[in-house]
Design a protein. Structure first.
Length: 89
């Protein structure tokens, strides 16, 4: 029993696999590699279409740029909550 526990904890199989299982595992390994290759190629194609320098994340710490962005915009009003300020006192 102790040997089984040590084998299990170390990640080793408790029994020998059959040749059919080995073939199936090899097939799964090949398919997983193919899926990963397809994924990385799609990711590269997607990312290569957008140069990072031109992507605007919308976050800027420059106050001048924020002022230019907000020029001509109407001020936003506070959301209506249904609670009057007098009731909060």
């Amino acid at each position: 029993m102790r040997e089984w526990k040590e084998l299990w904890l170390s990640g080793k199989p408790l029994y020998e696999s059959s040749p059919e299982e080995d073939v199936e595992m090899e097939k799964l390994h090949i398919l997983n590699e193919l899926d990963y290759t397809d994924y990385t190629e799609a990711l590269e194609a997607h990312c290569s279409g957008e140069p990072e320098s031109e992507v605007d994340t919308g976050s800027s710490d420059d106050p001048q740029q924020k002022a230019e962005t907000n020029e001509g915009a109407e001020p936003m009003s506070a959301p209506q909550t249904g609670v009057s300020p007098a009731s909060l006192r």
